[in-house]
Write a protein that binds this ligand. Structure first.
Ligand SMILES: [Zn+2]
Ligand SMILES: [Zn+2]
Ligand SMILES: [Zn+2]
Ligand SMILES: [Zn+2]
Length: 494
């Protein structure tokens, strides 16, 4: 029975094994059933032939067939339109005959020879087909008489006028420097031309016709077009009750359906104005039920290769389960000195073992969109807290040893007079030796925890990276101060 689902099982294990610490043995096959899901495909094409009217400025485009007037245009278009409608059923039958063995789609070209454009054009009344009109401002000349010099191009010099109002060309007997004795000067408005360029037509003498957009013509077009409306529908057999299967088969087009299902063509239905192609579909369905960490999951494989499209978030379920176990153990294990939190370090190891969780600690998981931010945050918190607890617990023994060492130094000092040998340096000894020893212990514990978690099976994961990230150790450096403070108090009391 289980042999039948090898393909489906392999797909699931490939999905699970690459991302989690779990392998195929975790997946317990509850049942595997093979059956066929029947259905029908209706693929209908409805060609719509229509007339589109268009009017505009200018002559008709060169692709259009020219007509003499509106009546000619209308009658020709209607004639062709009716002919196209009349021919359509015959064309559909012919197309179906021709394409009996392939699955080509019906195109507008198969139903109608087109698009065809008819049109006619007529002169613009405003410009008489010229596209332009004479400029009214200059009467087509392009320029107007200069009003300052009145076409002469020169004006009387104003500097050498005598008291009687006549030009003399002289000022106080000398030649007038402005007109050099000529009595006149060049007109500065027209620069001696005598006339001015027309501002309205910019010297051209003509003005574009606004109503026909400079083209001189108007046109009317009639375009015969055809579009094909396509409806593809998968109709499941009423016996098929599984909504997931119906949805999966329904969302595919014919090509995609053929990849997973045996599709057999049956007779087409040809109506007057539309054609429907019909197919029978027979898809092999594999229903695989798997038990995974007390959860039952149903996977559906499609076709002979049992392709699974929906994995029911199996990876998330497995990782979530791991995280819940870690969080539970974390809550149960109390902070304590002396001893080892074996369960906790085991579970930290298991969580880290899943590749996806390693990514969670580096935040890249959130971007991948596989698991949400909330999950990644929970992982970070749980790992950080767990490491703190484990290290705190491991530090108990070194702490005790350290206290004994401090007492030992103090005892030597009490019975042997170190003052004679070291003088005031003995206080440095009190502080330096315990501090140095503490840091030695601390580094050792850090290494031990890291090895322990790594050895539990996740060999590729760099736990020291986590230590750095969460800065777990830094909080415990304060503990190093305990024996030092203790000693200082004793010294002061003495
Ligand atoms: Zn015009
Ligand atoms: Zn003008
Ligand atoms: Zn002038
Ligand atoms: Zn002058």
């Amino acid at each position: 029975m289980e042999k039948d689902c090898t393909n489906a099982l392999n797909q699931i294990s490939q999905k699970v094994e690459t991302l989690t610490r779990f392998d195929i043995e975790v997946l317990k096959v509850v049942s595997c059933r093979k059956r066929n899901s029947l259905g029908e495909v209706n693929w209908s094409f409805r060609p719509i032939i229509s007339i589109e009217k268009k009017s505009g400025k200018g002559k008709i485009p060169y692709t259009a067939i020219p007509k003499n007037d509106l009546e000619d245009l209308n009658s020709q278009t209607t004639k062709d339109y009716e002919k196209a409608l009349e021919d359509l059923p015959q064309k559909l039958i012919k197309w179906d005959e021709l394409n009996k063995t392939n699955d080509k789609e019906l195109t507008p070209h198969d139903c109608f020879k087109g698009p065809i454009t008819y049109g006619y054009h007529f002169q613009c009344r405003d410009c008489g087909g010229q596209g332009w009109n004479q400029c009214g401002n200059c009467r087509g000349k392009g320029s107007n008489t200069c009003d300052k010099c009145n076409t002469k191009g020169y004006i009387q010099c104003s500097k050498c006028i005598n008291i009687w109002g006549n030009n003399t060309g002289k000022i106080k007997g000398e030649t007038c420097p402005t007109c050099q004795g000529r009595k006149t000067i060049t007109c500065n408005k027209c620069q001696g031309q005598g006339n001015l360029r027309c501002k309205r037509c910019n010297g051209s003498g003509t003005i574009s016709c606004r109503s026909c957009g400079n083209t001189g013509f108007f046109h009317e077009l009639m375009i015969l077009t055809c579009v094909v409306n396509t409806v593809y529908k998968y109709i499941p057999n009423p016996k098929e009750k599984n909504k997931q299967i119906i949805q999966e088969l329904n969302r595919r087009n014919l090509k995609d359906l053929q990849k997973i299902s045996k599709v057999h063509r049956i007779e087409s239905k040809i109506h007057n104005k539309s054609i429907t192609r019909n197919y029978n579909s027979n898809c092999s369905i594999t229903e695989l039920i798997i038990k995974i960490l007390d959860k039952k999951l149903i996977f559906i494989g499609y076709g002979e290769n049992e392709i699974i499209f929906n994995y029911n978030n199996i990876v998330s379920i497995l990782l979530e389960a791991d995280l819940i176990v870690l969080e539970r153990t974390l809550n149960l294990s109390k902070y304590k000195l002396w001893g080892t939190l074996i369960e906790l370090s085991d579970n930290v190891g298991r969580v880290l073992e899943s590749e996806i969780n390693t990514m969670a600690t580096k935040s890249s998981l959130i971007q991948d969109g596989i698991i949400n931010k909330n999950y990644a945050d929970r992982i970070k918190t749980a790992l950080s807290k767990s490491l703190k607890k484990i290290i705190f617990c491991k530090l108990g023994t070194p702490l005790l040893t350290l206290c004994l060492l401090c007492l030992f130094i103090f005892a030597i000092d009490y019975f042997v007079d170190i003052n004679l040998i070291l003088g005031m340096w003995k206080y440095t000894l009190y502080i330096l030796i315990p501090t140095f020893t503490w840091f030695l212990f601390e580094a050792n514990v850090r290494k031990k925890v890291s090895n322990e978690i790594n050895e539990s099976s996740c060999k590729d994961i760099d736990v020291t990276y986590l230590f750095k990230r969460y800065n777990t150790m830094s909080n415990y450096r304060i503990i190093a101060l305990i024996p030092i403070v203790m000693l200082l108090v004793i010294i002061l009391l003495l």
